[in-house]
Design a protein around this ligand. Structure first.
Ligand SMILES: NC(=O)CC[C@H](N)C(=O)O
Length: 392
């Protein structure tokens, strides 16, 4: 690993850099927060929703390369957050961020990145970087921004190469809520913002493993009363809330590592016949609880245009239908390891990866994709209606 690679001369005006664990150096123009951050470099093919991507806690310890070249054009606003600012640590983009042009913008994206501690790198050949990730897998790297253009490349390389990587990492403690909370925000409408839900039943207790807010909004929109609880809430504490159903959220890191404490709870909920719905990390840990295995993917699925096909029964006449979904995962349930009582309900049309499971004879199912990130019509909203509908 050519240490010599890290002595690549710094081009004039370079204020940002991406340094891989193997010593590869990619120079660019830094923007947003100053400093450096370590993570896995992935790519996302969404054409819009960058603010939602950057605040999705599932992206913790990840540096997102946007394949779409124009990022930042619509600025940033106070409504399109998926969390209180957690999420990806940095972003790599093709074009320099230009002033915004959008009626909903309240802030420039660059300023928003500063305020939320996100380190940006522009002027990068994102096609070449994406191709590299597709061919070699997602590398670990440090993204750094110094307005003065001062970088200690050796130290950055050391940090990148010494980082453990996402496999085996439980990142949930850093992103879960500390306390219990009632969630009432619902459907968003232009000029009105997020509506307030006022349902008393059915009551959904949602385990927060690093949830996207939009998921809770969808539960409210589907007619549920929602109580969000921290990841390490016990079975007894969940039951004391008298849930009609339990939701298992998305979240960052390795499901097998997080499952060490989450899976025993999920197993008890399955045994107790509590209706369950899991998304992404929640789906992966439901799979482990049901007896399947998860594995790290070579390059993951990230974007807002991923085709998923319904393959299982139990979805009525819609079996075989293809949905265009929003995805972000680097781990997946291994469809080959599903026990007999677990049905595969959805698969990726890109590569056949398992994208949905249902436990036979129980009201327990999960999917490996998200409702659309942006407010508006949601293509996978039927899943929320199905879940809330089965709670009576
Ligand atoms: N969106 C998510 O919940 C991601 C789940 C898990 N951290 C993964 O990368 O696969």
């Amino acid at each position: 690993m050519a240490l010599s690679a890290i002595s690549h001369a710094q081009p004039k005006g370079a204020t940002g850099v991406l340094v891989f664990g193997d010593g590869t150096v990619i120079w660019g123009k830094g923007f947003g927060a100053s400093g450096n951050a370590v993570g896995e470099v992935c790519f996302n093919t969404a054409m819009t929703g960058y603010q939602e991507v950057m605040t999705d806690p599932s992206y913790d310890s990840q540096i997102v390369t946007f394949t779409f070249p124009h990022i930042g054009n619509v600025g940033a606003n106070e409504e399109d957050h998926e969390s209180r600012g957690l999420g990806a640590v940095g972003l790599v983009v093709r074009q320099e961020i230009t002033p915004h042009s959008n009626f909903r913008a309240q802030n420039e994206f660059v300023e928003w990145c500063v305020a939320h501690g996100k380190i940006g790198l522009s002027g990068i050949d994102t096609r070449a970087l994406t191709r590299r990730i597709r061919l070699n897998g997602a590398p670990n790297a440090v993204i750094a921004h110094s307005p003065q253009g001062e970088f200690d490349l050796k130290a950055l390389k050391k940090r990148a190469s010494e980082w453990s990587g996402l496999e085996g990492l439980d990142l949930v403690p850093g992103v879960t809520r500390e306390g219990q909370e009632s969630w009432t925000g619902g459907h968003w409408q232009l000029g009105f913002g997020y509506g307030e839900g006022n349902a008393n039943k059915p009551h959904v207790v949602a385990l927060d493993y690093g949830a996207k807010d939009n998921i809770f909004r969808n539960l409210v929109k589907a007619g549920a009363k929602v109580t969000v609880v921290p990841a390490r809430t016990s079975f007894e504490e969940v039951m004391a809330l008298e849930p009609d159903g339990v939701f298992l959220s998305n979240g960052p890191g390795d499901p097998a590592a997080t499952g060490v404490y989450a899976v025993p709870l999920i197993r008890r909920l399955i045994e107790n016949e509590t209706p369950l719905f899991g998304i992404c990390l929640g789906h992966q840990m439901l799979g482990i609880a049901a007896g399947a295995k998860t594995a790290k993917m070579f390059q993951g699925h990230r974007g807002a245009n991923h085709p998923v096909q319904r393959v299982g029964e139990g979805w009525g006449a819609s079996e075989g239908l293809v949905e265009i979904t929003s995805m972000n995962h680097g781990f997946a349930v291994d469809g080959e390891t599903l026990p007999d009582d677990v049905e595969q309900t959805h698969v990726s049309l890109f590569d056949g990866t398992n994208c949905g499971i249902s436990i036979k004879g129980k009201k327990a199912f999960g999917v490996q994709y998200h409702p659309e990130a942006s407010p508006g019509p949601q293509d996978s909203f039927y899943l929320f209606e199905k879940f809330v509908g089965m709670l009576g």
